[in-house]
Design a protein. Structure first.
Length: 294
């Protein structure tokens, strides 16, 4: 080795290898692609269905299409003669919207509470998290049933109750992730320069706990879909004559053997959507775990 080569080797700076982000690592997994495909199919049906239904079948969601529980048309009719396929195509938009809004409320509230408690530490952390544990002891579905029974089946109430009951579970995850981050040097440097607390939480802590939060977001979205559909099935969610998948299951279950499509189509859609979001969540969890292992 010549002296020039030796100098070049010594003087060459180490170039850090940029690791791929959470979503790119998750997308490299087969489960993420399968989950995204399944979820995309159901989302497209839910978003485009209200416009495509009347075009395909020629009926609106409340139009009389034939005798009750007949096999006329693509998927027959329901108990009062409305076209099942039209109502199926239109029934996912509200469910999906409510589930997304409830999950968003839960993520925002839970992340804010968890980051505040984890960053504050000490007695304030203990007080906040003990109150959080009290809320965790309340069953989500029972709490939602109680609130809706007292106020009535309102859409805003459904979203708010589900979102608020998600928050304590998200707060625990956010708090644990925040505690692991606040001891880093860049947090101490920001404190030395008297950066306001809210800017530290938003600018320094939040970007470094997005992995656990994204995993929790996917998990809570899956639960939100199930809760909205369950409450609609019980008659405490979306009300008739609106088209909704959970409501369709309740309306058509009495004729499951005679005319099964009114139940099978929404059940299949909810199942595919749940499986898809679960696969995406598992991929995010695996990607986040690989990053922590490094």
């Amino acid at each position: 080795m010549t002296a020039v080569e030796a100098v070049e080797i010594v003087d060459t700076p180490d170039v850090p290898i940029r690791q791929p982000g959470l979503f790119r690592r998750a997308w490299a997994l087969p489960t993420a692609k399968i989950g995204t495909a399944l979820t995309a199919v159901v989302v497209l049906v839910a978003v485009l269905g209200p416009w495509l239904g009347p075009v395909i079948t020629g009926y609106g969601t409340t139009d009389f299409a034939g005798k009750p529980f007949q096999h006329d048309g693509i998927a027959g009719t329901d108990g009062i003669g409305r076209d099942v396929f039209t109502r199926f195509l239109a029934g996912g938009s509200t469910l999906l919207l409510y589930a997304v809004l409830a999950t968003a409320i839960g993520i925002v509230l839970g992340a804010a509470i968890g980051m505040f408690a984890g960053y504050s530490g000490g007695r304030l952390d203990s007080v906040v998290m003990r109150g959080n544990d009290v809320l965790l002891s309340l069953p989500q579905l029972v709490f939602a049933l109680l609130a809706i029974a007292m106020i009535g089946p309102q859409g805003w109430l459904l979203v708010t109750v589900i979102g608020v009951t998600h928050a304590p579970r998200i707060a625990r995850v956010a708090r644990q992730a925040t505690v692991a981050v606040v001891s880093n040097e860049y947090i101490r440097a920001a404190e030395m320069y008297a950066v306001p607390r809210w800017r530290i939480l938003v600018g320094e802590v939040l970007p470094n706990i997005t992995g656990p939060l994204m995993v929790e977001l996917g998990l809570r979205l899956t639960y939100s879909i199930g809760y909205v559909a369950s409450l609609s099935f019980l008659g405490l969610g979306i009300q008739p004559p609106s088209a909704d998948w959970g409501l369709m299951i309740n309306e058509n279950r009495i004729a499951l053997i005679v005319q099964p499509w009114g139940v099978l189509l929404p059940v299949l859609a909810i199942a595919v959507l749940t499986v898809g979001t679960n696969l995406i969540t598992d991929s995010l969890a695996s990607a986040a775990a690989r990053k922590e292992a490094r």
